[in-house]
Design a protein around this ligand. Structure first.
Ligand SMILES: NC(=O)C1=CN([C@@H]2O[C@H](COP(=O)(O)OP(=O)(O)OC[C@H]3O[C@@H](n4cnc5c(N)ncnc54)[C@H](O)[C@@H]3O)[C@@H](O)[C@H]2O)C=CC1
Ligand SMILES: O=C(CO)COP(=O)(O)O
Length: 350
């Protein structure tokens, strides 16, 4: 046991059974969340499709490909056999790229325990259906909405893997599901707040990636902090507008899942969306930027489904629309700012 584990490992409450957790996805966030749950007192097994990554997690308590230099808690193990990982798990957390979730989860539905609670850790919107990821998880695994939770907040994986303190939101339509998931991940460095606004929390997580792409693009063009603050602030307006049109709670947007995550993602060089935007701003093609970034930058695909949702609902999302134009419709990157600034003037709250 390392010094970190001695300091951070939180014994589970007296009398409470130790929760068994499965994490589907052995990338940066799946592995980190597994470590968080282990430090919260759960027995955790990660499923990854890459045998080598699983062996390294199980045997050496490391995942160098995704979390270089991080030592994982001994209570995290891993396997490439998804059905074995799911067997008997009380909590099933999903951290694979959003656009692959349905195809990955559907064949596993019958392997999930009947009592299990599922947690979406993903921050995207499905392309062909415009569904939020908790909806995709519920449909694919055949789990009712009251046993689904979403975890979203200012949660850059590498910082958390190094046990830097942060907070998050655990959202579910069921208070007892949210509380169970909060218990499964609460530790000395990870503080969950529960919330019943699944729609708002999930939209915040997906759309902030698109806004981080726009911030990255502006920084890649050499623009400064005024531009960044403008994009973040007006980005939050867009996120709020779309969320309210979908029935979300107005209090969610200035919270951890909204403003909190927007700030972390738009400010951090560790954010894949921010980084990829920077490459585009400096003149790379989308393909070049995707391969230079590595990892999953959800905003690249989800910007289209977010815009589609907004269009269907008649919600104006100019920054999202401009990002779609630059990434997918051939708008030259130096036209992005003029396009946004040429729009008709209006009152700030309109
Ligand atoms: N990295 C972070 O800081 C955070 C990420 N998230 C979200 O978590 C989700 C996963 O992101 P990361 O773990 O960061 O991505 P990653 O790129 O680090 O890892 C993705 C994992 O999914 C696997 N994978 C890729 N395609 C797959 C497929 N078709 N079937 C099964 N597995 C597949 C990869 O092998 C890899 O293990 C995303 O929705 C992301 O937005 C949320 C909060 C923080
Ligand atoms: O969601 C995140 C932080 O909360 C991670 O952001 P990226 O996916 O852009 O790395």
């Amino acid at each position: 046991m390392t010094a970190d584990q001695v300091t951070h490992d939180r014994p589970h409450p007296p009398g409470a059974p130790r929760l068994r957790a499965a994490v589907l996805g052995a990338g940066a966030w799946g592995t980190t969340f597994a470590a968080v749950m282990a430090d919260a007192g759960c027995d955790v097994t990660v499923w990854g499709r890459d045998e080598k990554v699983c062996r390294q997690i199980a045997d050496e308590h490391r995942n160098e490909a995704y979390l270089p230099g991080v030592e994982l808690p001994a209570r995290v193990t891993a396997s490439s056999d998804a059905r074995a990982v799911l067997a008997g798990a009380d909590v099933v957390a999903v951290a694979i790229p959003s656009q692959s979730a349905r195809a990955t989860l559907t064949p596993l539905a019958d392997a999930v325990a009947r009592h299990a609670v599922a947690v979406s850790l993903m921050k995207g919107v499905e392309l062909s259906t415009d569904r939020r990821m908790s909806e995709v998880v519920a449909e694919s695994l055949g789990i009712p909405a009251d046993r689904i939770a979403v975890v979203s907040g200012p949660n850059l994986a590498l910082e958390i893997a190094h046990r830097q303190p942060t907070a998050t939101v655990v959202a579910s339509t069921s208070a007892s599901t949210a509380q169970l998931v909060a218990r499964a991940c609460a530790s000395a460095y990870f503080r969950p707040y529960t919330n019943d606004d699944v729609v708002g929390v999930e939209l915040c997580g997906a759309v902030k990636n698109v806004i981080a792409l726009a911030v990255g693009i502006s920084q890649g063009r050499g623009l400064g902090y005024n531009t960044m603050a403008t994009v973040i602030t007006r980005g939050l307006v867009e996120i709020t507008r779309l969320g309210l049109a979908l029935g979300a709670d107005a209090d969610t947007f200035p919270g951890l899942a909204g403003l909190g995550d927007l700030m972390a993602t738009c400010a951090s060089p560790d954010s894949r969306n921010h980084t990829l935007g920077g490459h585009i701003g400096r003149g790379m093609t989308l393909d070049e930027a995707v391969s230079a970034t590595g990892g999953t930058a959800e905003g690249v695909k989800s910007c289209r489904s977010v815009l589609e949702l907004a269009t269907t609902l008649g919600v104006e999302m100019p920054i999202t629309s401009a990002v779609v134009k630059v990434l997918h419709e051939g708008l030259p990157v130096d036209q992005l700012a003029p396009l946004l600034l040429a729009r008709p003037h209006k009152a700030e709250g309109a």
